[in-house]
Design a protein around this ligand. Structure first.
Ligand SMILES: [Zn+2]
Length: 407
């Protein structure tokens, strides 16, 4: 059953963010009071309406005399007031990921006439480490979930007026892999075998036009798992392509190349180094993709911005017709290469993060590269998957209703 919500008094930015927050749920916003609706959500002051339940989002700046009114969350008369302007903070968070500030260091290193891969990865990891501001980073994921906390306040207010929101699809676990090199591609089979043993399937994001892709390897991978695109080259330059048509062409080329190899549609994308922007998302849609996995929930040192980066949300977001699945667990590269953990220590941290994600009703999205240590420590990889599986009744990877629904 879809909840119909009449929204009143929101700016365009606020309305957009409200839609992002409500995306995972069976809920529909309307702005026209002539339409049929189940409840009202209002910005600013409550409006007089005795027949309908109402949720009030207070203004961002509250004057003192009105303090009491907005700090209490009462549900008398079917009205619930949120404790703060949750949309204001979320707008800034969405802006920061949709229009990221690309660091000069990143621009210089990825615009060199040769590929940044020419630097040994140990040097690159050390550069990233140097950029951890103030030494220690607080790795507790619960401190990096601003948007998800805002959503929690919002969903609680629906509970309080007696019209709880329901997720379109139950929370899922997505096991994903970015295959950076031909050597990585050769390590995929042993990891896939473990997943099959455990009854799991995963998505393999392949760089389409950089290394040799043996037909029998990619066909084996495509059998029972998803193949996604990891761009045509792993050169970190996607974010620098400012011309929309060039960008679309690049992304489409990658999709078609992979589709020809596997004889199946490729609908998923993850960009190298998790490059993300509004322009890339729009280009993905034009290039025929349906789902993107490039946006981190939170990354301590994001290469493109050289600072911490992420949407701080654990549930899918609809950007146009693209369903974005935030990478909710830290990727193995950050844990193994930047933080210097071994796979067993990384397991501990990942399981702790999964516990937090699960407590918010979010999707557990894991990224393990077959190019790094997990493909050598397969027992630890098995342990990790076994632990993650306990968190929920896994809806296995391929296409949950959320994923296949365009909105
Ligand atoms: Zn990659």
């Amino acid at each position: 059953l879809t909840l119909r919500i009449l929204a009143r008094g929101f700016t365009d930015h606020e309305a957009k963010v409200l839609q992002y927050l409500l995306f995972p749920f069976r809920a529909e916003l309307t702005w026209d009071s002539e339409n049929v609706f189940d409840l009202i959500i209002t910005k600013g002051a409550e409006c007089r309406d005795e027949d309908n339940a109402q949720i009030v989002v207070p203004p961002s700046v509250i004057n003192r005399a009105e303090d009491d009114r907005y700090c209490s969350k009462s549900s008398e008369n079917g009205i619930t007031t949120l404790p703060c302007d949750i949309l204001d903070a979320c707008i800034r968070q969405f802006q920061s990921v949709l229009n990221p500030k690309i660091s000069l260091k990143y621009t210089l290193s990825t615009k060199l006439p040769f590929s940044y891969n020419i630097f040994p990865s140990s040097i690159r990891s050390r550069l990233l480490k140097l950029n951890r501001q103030g030494g220690e980073v607080n790795h507790d994921l619960s401190n990096h979930l601003l948007v998800e906390n805002a959503r929690k306040l919002l969903t609680q207010s629906f509970d309080m007026v007696g019209l709880p929101l329901e997720r379109k699809a139950p929370a899922s676990i997505y096991i994903t892999h970015d295959v950076e090199t031909e050597r990585g591609l050769r390590s995929t089979a042993s990891m896939k075998r473990i997943e099959e043993d455990l009854g799991l399937s995963s998505t393999w994001f392949i760089v389409s036009n950089e290394y040799r892709i043996k037909n029998e390897i990619i066909k084996d991978l495509a059998d029972g798992s998803e193949i996604g695109s990891h761009d045509i080259r792993h050169d970190g330059r996607l974010i620098h392509v400012r011309e929309f048509r060039t960008l679309v062409e690049r992304l489409r080329t990658s999709r078609i190349h992979l589709e020809e190899k596997i004889g199946k549609p490729v609908k998923r994308f993850r960009s190298p180094l998790l490059q993300f922007s509004n322009l890339i998302i729009n280009a993905l849609e034009a290039a025929g993709y349906e789902e993107d996995f490039s946006l981190p929930c939170w990354e301590p040192v994001h290469p493109a911005t050289m600072s911490s980066f992420g949407i701080e949300a654990t549930q899918p977001i609809g950007f146009g017709n693209i369903v974005e699945h935030p990478l909710t667990l830290c990727q193995d590269h950050q844990l193994l290469n930047v933080l210097g953990l071994n796979t067993r220590e990384a397991n501990k941290l990942l399981i702790e993060q999964a516990r937090i994600v699960n407590s918010f009703g979010g999707d557990i999205v894991l990224l393990v590269h077959p190019d790094y240590a997990y493909s050598q420590n397969l027992d630890d990889y098995r342990d990790l998957l076994t632990s993650l599986r306990q968190f929920q009744n896994i809806r296995e990877m391929p296409c949950s209703p959320v994923a296949s629904k365009a909105s």
